[in-house]
Design a protein around this ligand. Structure first.
Ligand code: SF4
Length: 458
């Protein structure tokens, strides 16, 4: 693009998981050479992308109500606006979108983002929507440009996409396709680029990230543990995380990496979904509640200060009071520092949607309330237990108040403390003075005892 190229404005609205956040940055990257610069204002947008998520309740209806508002905005611009729907709703409901919202120009699934420029060109010529929702065998990552925009002190890096697990309640295997692992060389190159742009912490992303088995330089598949150790060698990369994991793919090498790689943070999101073996079987999770308990023991043996987060579903079809009781017991046994819990809601096309024994809403509400009260208590207790510690905090930027800075502990707690803005991007020691329900406060202090084995700032 030359300076004479007219600037166009691109608005991307993102719902859902961190993978979608990452995908939105890549879509912006791929459109930048066409002259699209970001905007937050729909009135000035030449193109709007809704990057959708299918997981939450009524996701599709929310997309349609947003599309209704965009129809007005497009009309006010005399039709001069490209509207695209991306993400998992696009993948799952492409035909319905074009039928119900004919003012949509582009419908594209998560595997087709690299084709956006070509689709924009085709949309300007076509009558009717341009649709790409198949699962091309080619590596879309090969066709995406190098990361262009800095993501900041903390950055996401997709290493794996898709899932072969087919949990009863989940649309991912249908919307994102089967598992695909990016090769080591590509991941390392992207990680180095992100670090050169200022990232100090990388979160490796994948729908089922610990199923990653990308090809190494030797032509053989590597384990995620080995990849983490390789990335930990990058100078100035202080922290590594990965999400989201499946208990069945937590292999011995990855567990060992938690013990032998200080840059791998002692916080792990490990969804369990239920504490009842009967329901875990109905969910097709492939493990029992005790398998999960034993796995947590092994992880804590490798890294004693490891904190866990999880996902819980209340009221999966067939769930009885006894099954719910088993979930509550598992939560008590494990003790989570954080968690995401949801009422089961049917996703069209998934096996659970048509299973017998659908649980009524009032029962689901009551069970979820009990689960959330317990998880809230556990989170508050975990945060309180940080008070008095001297924690290594990665400073992410200014806080909300003048003179205040914000950062993250190794356990992903947000921390607020007074300090200069020049600390952004550094790992500093902060004496934690108080643990609040959702965050910590502290002061930059003198070391009294080490709380982590994290590498200090380079
Ligand atoms: S492992 Fe995760 S992404 Fe895969 S089907 Fe199960 S819930 Fe969905």
């Amino acid at each position: 693009m030359t300076d004479a190229t007219p600037r166009k404005r691109l608005l991307i609205r993102t719902w859902g998981c961190q993978m979608n956040v990452y995908d939105s940055t890549r879509m912006a990257d791929v459109l930048a050479p066409l002259g699209y610069a970001p905007t937050e204002q729909v009135e000035e947008a030449d193109m709007v992308i809704l990057n959708t998520c299918h997981i939450r309740e009524k996701a599709t209806e929310k997309v349609f109500s947003d599309l209704g508002r965009l129809r007005e905005a497009k009309r006010e611009r005399g039709g001069d606006m490209v509207i695209a729907v991306a993400g998992c709703v696009a993948q799952a409901e492409g035909a319905e979108i074009t039928a119900r919202a004919p003012w949509v120009d582009i419908v594209l699934g998560p595997q087709s983002y690299h084709r956006l420029p070509e689709m924009v060109a085709r949309a300007s010529r076509a009558a009717g929507a341009v649709i790409e929702t198949d699962f091309p065998a080619e590596d879309k990552f090969d066709h995406l440009p190098e990361t262009a925009a800095p993501q900041g002190v903390t950055a996401f890096l997709t290493v794996q996409e898709g899932c072969d697990k087919f949990c009863s309640f989940c649309v991912v295997p249908y919307t994102r396709g089967s598992e695909y692992s990016r090769p080591v060389a590509k991941i390392v190159a992207e990680a180095e680029r992100l670090v050169s742009l200022g990232a100090r912490e990388l979160t490796l992303l994948g729908q089922n990230v610990n199923a990653w088995h990308g090809e190494g330089p030797d032509g053989r598949p590597w384990t995620l543990g080995r990849l983490v150790r390789q990335l930990a060698e990058i100078p100035r990369l202080a922290r590594i995380r990965y999400t989201t994991s499946h208990p069945r793919d937590m292999d011995a090498d990855l567990i060992a990496a938690h013990g032998d790689t200080p840059a791998l943070m002692p916080f792990l999101h490990l969804p369990v979904q239920s504490g009842s073996d009967r329901i875990l079987k109905a969910m097709n999770r492939g493990h029992t509640a005790d398998d999960y308990r034993r796995l947590v023991e092994r992880l804590r043996a490798a890294r004693p200060d490891l904190a866990l987060s999880t996902d819980i579903i209340a009221g999966h079809p067939g769930e009885t009071d006894a099954d719910h009781g088993a979930t509550v017991a598992l939560i008590r046994d494990v003790g989570f520092a954080q968690a995401f819990s949801f009422k089961y809601s049917a996703r069209p096309g998934t096996p659970a949607a048509t299973m017998a024994g659908q649980v009524d809403e009032a029962t689901k509400d009551a069970r979820l309330a009990e689960i959330q009260a317990l998880l809230r208590d556990q989170q508050a207790a975990f945060n309180r237990s940080r008070a008095g510690m001297l924690a290594e905090v990665l400073v992410t930027g200014p806080g909300r108040h003048p003179g205040q800075m914000a950062g993250r502990t190794p356990w992903l707690n947000p921390v607020h403390f007074d300090g200069p803005a020049s600390l952004t991007g550094q790992v500093v020691r902060v004496a934690i003075t108080a643990g609040h329900p959702n965050s910590l406060s502290g002061v930059i202090g003198t070391p009294s005892h080490a709380t982590t084995r994290e590498r200090p700032a380079a």
